[in-house]
Design a protein around this ligand. Structure first.
Ligand code: LLP
Length: 437
């Protein structure tokens, strides 16, 4: 993140606060969030899309709350001028608690319950992204019962093979999300919604091809295809579709091999395609929205752990590897186990002149796949009591965390101007026992 540096004495600092002081004050493990970093990335996206689409019909940025959400973060998102994408009744409850106006909230999910749809419509959300014919009928029914007209987008599967892990690619045909473009069901969904004029209002189409993507060609093909359908719906159904959502999925650098695209480049590239396609199709340019989650939250946070044990293990061929166990693991970061994701780490409480040794940072859980950092060189004198920081854990780490092995979840602490503030408190053993009857 922007405000993480090594101080003169070798201690890692965030916004002027040392990792050793942080560990004493809030304990380990902890998610340490650089508040200015989060806010500035949110603003950077908003500014980039505002500028690129100002000559067209404008743009909105929806922060994808699934990456990481709590009440305080929802407030920051609002303060920085973004909208919020929620994908469950729980995330919606956070938005409501944070005081977000309904019109700034978009609702996702491929199987929203009647209760979730009702809560969303009662809060007056700006859009519900529908994902199936069953859901079109369900939203229409709930809206009818409440006496409101629900604003909806149609989630379209554009048939793009995104270059990312299979579990987080969402636009190829054989997966659960959206209405297929090629089979005609996306067009049919728009037609059905138009037929529910008293309960549904079709605002536009939506597409999202996956997550942790660097290759812009996937975004471009997807945008062109969804714009083609957009134009067809406008022409053939005589609807004016004021909006179009191009999804999120922008990759971040977990290791040095990743090269993220700056938001300004993404935004101007998209604006060019949108303008060109709309002109070619002879339809008005809709207001564009995007839904970045990881690119805003991911780089803002590092996880601070304490080393508990250090164990050299002999490898075939005479080499060896040092297993460094920390006081968390797959319960606070399941991404290595789930997606074979790569992270890096560094000693946080001191520097060392000791020669580097090949290390693997592992957690405290009862599985050999409980790996935090697969391969990293750490100083040979790494020892129990050392602090280890793992950067880039702001997205989909706390969000995917569990209480596996009855492990209380770490807190999220926000650091700004040398001050630390807990924005999600640490779970306690009492929290863990509270649900048992
Ligand atoms: N919009 C929709 C409809 C989505 O499904 C997602 C992510 C996003 C936006 C935000 O994508 P982002 O900009 O954060 O890439 N747990 C996985 C990632 C799952 C992504 C789910 N949907 C991981 O840890 O890599």
């Amino acid at each position: 993140s922007h405000n993480v540096r090594r101080a003169g004495d070798g201690i890692l600092t965030v916004a002027g606060l040392g990792a050793d002081a942080l560990a004493r004050e809030v304990g380990t493990p902890a998610y340490v969030l650089d508040e200015d970093d989060f806010r500035s990335r949110a603003r950077e996206f908003r500014d980039a899309y505002e500028a690129a689409f100002a000559p067209l019909a404008g743009a909105d940025v929806y922060y994808a709350g699934k990456a990481f959400l709590c009440t305080e973060v929802a407030r920051w998102v609002h303060q920085e001028g973004l909208h919020l994408d929620v994908c469950s009744g729980g995330e919606l409850a956070v938005a409501v608690r944070a005081g977000l106006p309904g019109e700034l909230v978009g609702v996702h999910g491929n199987n929203k319950s009647v209760a979730e749809i009702e809560a969303a419509l009662r809060h007056g959300v700006g859009r519900v992204v529908v994902d199936s014919f069953d859901e079109i009928e369900r939203v229409a029914q709930v809206a009818g019962r409440l006496g409101v007209v629900a604003p909806v987008l149609v989630r379209v599967t554009v048939g793009v093979e995104a270059h990312t892990h299979e579990f987080i690619a969402t636009a190829h045909e054989d997966q659960k999300f959206g209405f297929s473009l090629s089979s005609g069901s996306a067009f049919e969904a728009a037609r059905r919604i138009a037929g529910h004029g008293d309960t549904l209002r079709l605002l536009g189409l939506h597409s999202h091809i996956g997550s942790q993507i660097f290759d812009t060609s996937g975004f471009e093909v997807s945008a062109r295809r969804v714009l083609g359908l957009h134009a067809r719906v406008v022409r053939e159904l005589g609807l004016d579709l004021p909006e179009l959502d191009l999804g999120g999925g922008f990759g971040i650098a977990y290791t040095t091999e990743h090269r993220p695209l700056p938001p300004a480049e993404l935004a101007t590239g998209m604006a060019t395609i949108v303008e060109r396609e709309c002109r070619a199709e002879g339809v008005p340019v809709p207001r564009i929205s995007v839904e970045p989650g990881r690119a805003i939250a991911g780089p803002s946070t590092f996880t601070l752990y304490e080393v508990g044990t250090v164990k050299p293990v002999a490898l075939d061929g005479g080499a060896s590897r040092v297993y460094v166990s920390v006081d968390g693991g797959m319960s606070d970061n399941v991404r290595p186990a789930l997606y074979d994701a790569d992270f890096s780490c560094t000693l946080a409480g001191r520097t060392s002149e000791a020669p580097p040794v090949l290390a693997r940072v592992v957690g405290k859980h009862c599985e050999s796949g409980d790996i935090v950092v697969k391969d990293e060189f750490l100083p040979a004198d790494v020892h129990p009591g050392d602090l280890i920081a793992v950067p880039g854990t702001g997205a989909y780490c706390r969000a995917l965390s569990s209480q596996y092995n009855h492990t209380p979840r770490p807190p999220v602490v926000a650091v700004r101007d040398g001050q630390v503030r807990t924005i999600v408190r640490r779970e306690t053993i009492d929290d863990l026992l509270a649900l048992d009857v």
